[in-house]
Each structure stands twice: as C-alpha cells, then as structure tokens.
Ligand binder design. Structure first.
Ligand SMILES: N[C@@H](CCC(=O)N[C@@H](CS)C(=O)NCC(=O)O)C(=O)O
Length: 202
C-alpha cells in the first residue's frame, strides 16, 4: 500500500489513520508544483493531482481525506477507528469528518491561496475560521475527542488541520480546549510517528 502525500499537508490525517490501523505502507512524496513523484507523473495516480491518495496493493486508488479515513477504519474494524455502520455515533463521526473537510480544511485553503491578498485573508479568517475555532473549542471543552471519550479517525483529520493556523498567521493558543486536544493527540504513537515521518517533529 502507498500513501501519496506532501509533508505538512492534509495527508497527515491519512497517515495517522494508517498507523492507528497498524497497516504497513510506503510514503511517496508529491511535488505540488510539477505534479510528479519519484515514480513519475502523479496525474497517472490521480487525475485530480491532489494529495492524499492511497494506492492499494491491487492498484486501486482512493482519494479524498475523509474517504480514505473511512476506508482505513472499515477495513480494520478490529481497531475501532469508527463506530459501527448504522449506529447514531457513526453519523456523529461522519458529521465530524465532513465538518473538517468542508468547513475547516477548505477555509484554510483560502488562507494558503497565493491568489488571495492578505487583507482579504484577514477578513475571511475573521468571518469564517475564527467562528470554526470557537465552535471546535467549545465542543472539545466537554469532549476529549470528536466523539467524546474515544478516538476516531475524525480526530486525525481535526488534528491535521489544527496544525495549520500559525502557518497562516492565526494564533489559537488562546483556545484552551483545542490546546489540550492537540497535546492529547501528540501523546499518541500514531501522531508522533506520522509527524516524525513528515519532519514536523524531531
Ligand atoms: N478534497 C481533497 C482536497 C485535497 C487537497 O486540497 N490537497 C491539497 C493539500 S492539503 C493539495 O494537494 N494541494 C496541491 C495543489 O493544490 O497543487 C481532500 O479532501 O482530500
């Protein structure tokens, strides 16, 4: 199995998921500018040209962070990375994954964009991301993880995007529950191993 990624990007969540599932995999780095890897043209792996992509041993390729995480959880059910199909908690986890994908992740994309000017980014952050952080901080003040007491792959994705605020000039150290969540996650061997592999931790 191969995980196509780029250090510090949204592939970190999938990598954490693979470590949590104790799956063996190889990391393949993608150059965003040239859309190439050491293997060649990345668009041959996924025409979208975006990371992450998970290539299975049979050559099938799965894309979209929130979907890769569900695939990992559903193919490693002994690791309890998502609640069972059809349970109310399953939909809470899917709400969490979807919220991170469509509200947090894509709002950050605006902040990273080279075509948006700094003033617009500041206004956008105020109107969108700050409210997202407040909501997440409030949720985490009564929940250790997205689902409450138990880790799920939604936490891997949430952790991944909450590594980004400082990179776009937003301080989140004032959000005590987010801070505690990040510290809690950084105790997990999966997060430590993934961050180390991406050069984010020594
Ligand atoms: N909808 C995709 C979005 C993936 C995405 O935006 N990936 C970014 C990195 S976080 C990327 O590959 N950017 C490279 C580029 O824009 O050239 C997902 O959720 O996985």
């Amino acid at each position: 199995m191969k995980l196509y990624h780029s250090a510090g990007s949204c592939g970190l969540a999938s990598q954490i998921g693979l470590w949590e599932a104790e799956q063996s995999f190889n990391l393949v780095a993608v150059d965003f500018k040239t859309k190439t890897t050491a293997e060649g043209d990345y668009r041959q792996v996924t025409p979208k040209g975006l990371v992450p992509a998970l290539k299975l041993d049979d050559g099938d390729v799965i894309t979209e962070d929130a979907v890769i995480l569900q695939w990992i959880a559903d193919h490693n059910t002994d690791h309890n990375l998502l609640p069972p199909f059809g349970s109310r908690q399953r939909y809470e986890a899917l709400e969490g994954l979807n919220f991170v994908a469509t509200d947090l992740h894509k709002n950050f994309a605006v902040m990273f964009s080279p075509v948006v000017d700094p003033e617009t980014k500041a206004k956008f952050a105020e109107k969108s991301l700050i409210g997202n952080f407040e909501y997440v901080d409030r949720h985490l003040s009564t929940h250790d993880y997205v689902l409450g007491e138990k880790f799920s792959v939604a936490d891997a994705y949430l952790y991944n995007v909450l590594c980004w605020p400082e990179r776009v000039g937003l301080g989140i150290s004032g959000y005590a529950s987010i801070r505690d969540f990040m510290a809690r996650m950084e105790q997990r061997p999966s997060v430590r191993a993934s961050s180390k592999a991406e050069g984010l931790l020594s």
